[in-house]
Write a new protein. Structure first.
Lengths: 246, 311
């Protein structure tokens, strides 16, 4: 996906920050969507706090997904761990295909309400892109470069850390980016089990038939996902511009 | 000195290297030449244990190569390969510093060594040290590959078709550079190639391999004049073997006493080039000139031709 023009990105960021800091100034914009004098702007909590809480949950889950998925990806691309590839792939695929809502339903009786079931659902949901990209990245290292690394006298660990992982890094980061973006949206369902997040706003809108609330929750989530994607892409570009190792 | 004793490698039922024994002289260039699939690369890679032999052993200066972990052995042996295998995410300087870093050299010593090698390979440190491999030409990448292999001052350098990806002009330059490097550092070089011209140009000794066996291992002139096997004769080329023989001797080595008013020929030029020059200029004799410009003898057509016959 080509990066959106810088101006557009900046406008989106400015809009998001302005809305989260001073939601009331956008009230006239949302007023036509409300009925019977309902509040046009979500008033049962601070939107900024909710947005940050959701972002925090997503980042925690992504960190855990990254650790596990990259670790598994490294394991199954070693000769000694190749036999675990089918099993790992199955587990990771289940994580992706098992609906996060169902994960919540299973997790709540085990760990209770709040952030924890959401973290589990997002963690499982975010594994696949990171896992698959880690494998692709490690497998796409040119054999001649790996041969040179061994020929120079690197042992397996040195080769992994100083050659294979750096060369696979663009793909791994891309996987993390995909996982993050998917989960920013998915995280809204966490509000059904009491996790703090923008899902609250959407649910409040659904319960009180307030389209303005639904729209606010959805738009802020969408903007966060897009901006996160763009920020990660820009970061990756900066990181690899010099070496151009993609 | 590298001693190869009854070395064999089998993959399943296929024997890739079949009971090879050879002694590789210190401070010389030994070329292993053969067609593709002859087992020459496998033989080379068994010296630094990138391939573990099925049977037999390799001794370097009398020490069995299996007496230490393979990765420690490899840090003492330079390794350069076709397509250079440079690390694309590291700068030229970092690439060259690979083995010194693995060996834990001090930063200052590494920097000095990197600069020295860049100078030796005619890559100005200021311009090239911080470049990435993709910013270099093919010839420059190849030079960095060899510089990296030599970084930790290895006594032995293994080269697997190092010049295979270069165009003919750059390849000739790279071969000249390698000869200079070998003289300068006294490295023991084992080089694998499928190119007989390259073998004759570089090798103090040449081993001809086919189907996993070394058919003949000797000085290039002996391979030409006394091929041990029809395959060796075919590889060395029967049609132009006289010319090849001439290319093995320099004008300086063949110079006769006396002087000539014919064209001047550098002492380092091969007799093949000298003959070509005389034919082209229609002269009967030439003056042999040392690098410092002083005359050091003469060459006649007849004297050159005498070198083109097996003695």
């Amino acid at each position: 996906m080509p990066a959106a023009p810088a101006l557009l990105r900046f406008a989106a960021l400015a809009l998001l920050v302005a809305f989260l800091l001073t939601p009331q100034s956008f009230a006239p914009l949302f007023a036509p969507l409300t009925q019977y004098g309902a509040p046009p702007i979500y008033d049962q909590g601070d939107l900024l706090t909710l947005a940050l809480a959701q972002l925090g949950t997503v980042c925690c889950a992504a960190a855990a997904s990254t650790l596990v998925a990259v670790g598994l990806g490294i394991l199954v691309t070693r000769a000694s761990g190749a036999q675990f590839l089918p099993l790992s792939r199955t587990l990771v695929n289940i994580g992706q295909t098992f609906p996060p809502v169902a994960v919540l339903a299973v997790a709540v009786p085990l760990v209770g309400f709040g952030e924890r079931p959401t973290l589990i659902a997002l963690f499982a949901y975010g594994l696949l892109p990171i896992f698959e990209n880690t494998i692709s990245g490690l497998r796409s290292c040119p054999p001649v470069v790996l041969g040179a690394a061994s020929g120079m006298g690197m042992n397996a660990r040195q080769r992994l850390i100083s050659v294979e992982l750096p060369l696979a890094m663009p793909l791994i980061l891309e996987g993390i980016r995909l996982s993050l973006v998917i989960n920013v949206g998915t995280a809204t369902i966490g509000s059904t089990v009491g996790a703090k997040g923008l899902g609250e706003v959407i649910i409040a809108g659904l319960l009180s038939n307030n389209v303005a609330f639904i729209l606010q929750g959805g738009l802020v989530t969408g903007l966060m996902a897009i901006l996160l994607y763009e920020a990660m892409a820009a970061f990756e570009q900066r990181l690899f511009r010099a070496a151009r190792i993609e | 000195m590298i001693t190869v004793e009854h070395l064999s490698k089998q993959y399943g039922a296929a024997t890739v290297v079949d009971d090879v024994s050879m002694a590789i002289e210190r401070n010389s260039i030994t070329v292993i030449v053969g067609t593709s699939g002859s087992g020459k690369s496998t033989l080379l890679r068994m010296i630094n244990r990138l391939v573990e032999p099925t049977s037999g052993r390799v001794l370097i200066d009398g020490n069995d190569t299996t007496s230490e972990p393979a990765y420690l052995l490899r840090r003492r042996i330079g390794y350069a390969i076709q397509g250079h295998g440079l690390f694309p995410h590291r700068t030229v300087a970092e690439n060259i510093a690979t083995v010194p870093r693995l060996l834990g050299w001090q930063a200052g010593r590494i920097r000095a060594r990197v600069d020295e090698l860049l100078e030796v390979f005619q890559l100005a440190p200021g311009e090239f040290a911080e470049k990435f491999p993709h910013q270099l030409s093919g010839g420059q990448q190849q030079r960095v590959g060899v510089a990296r292999a030599l970084a930790a001052e290895p006594a032995v350098l293994l080269m697997d078709e190092p010049f295979g990806a270069l165009d003919p002009i750059i390849r000739a330059k790279a071969q000249d550079d390698l000869l200079d490097i070998q003289r300068r550092f006294g490295t023991t070089i084992v080089l694998v190639t499928h190119d007989m011209d390259e073998a004759f140009r570089l090798g103090d000794h040449v081993a001809v391999m086919s189907h996993g066996r070394v058919l003949q291992y000797d000085r290039p002139a002996v391979l030409l004049t006394h091929p041990a096997d029809p395959f060796v004769a075919r590889m060395t080329g029967s049609a132009d073997r006289a010319m090849r023989l001439l290319s093995l001797t320099t004008a300086g080595e063949a110079a006769l006493p006396g002087s000539s008013d014919g064209p001047a020929i550098a002492a380092s030029a091969s007799l093949r080039d000298a003959l070509s020059d005389l034919l082209w200029q229609g002269a009967e004799s030439a003056a042999v000139v040392a690098p410092d410009g002083t005359a050091c003898g003469r060459l006649t057509l007849a004297a050159i031709l005498a070198h083109g016959r097996p003695s």
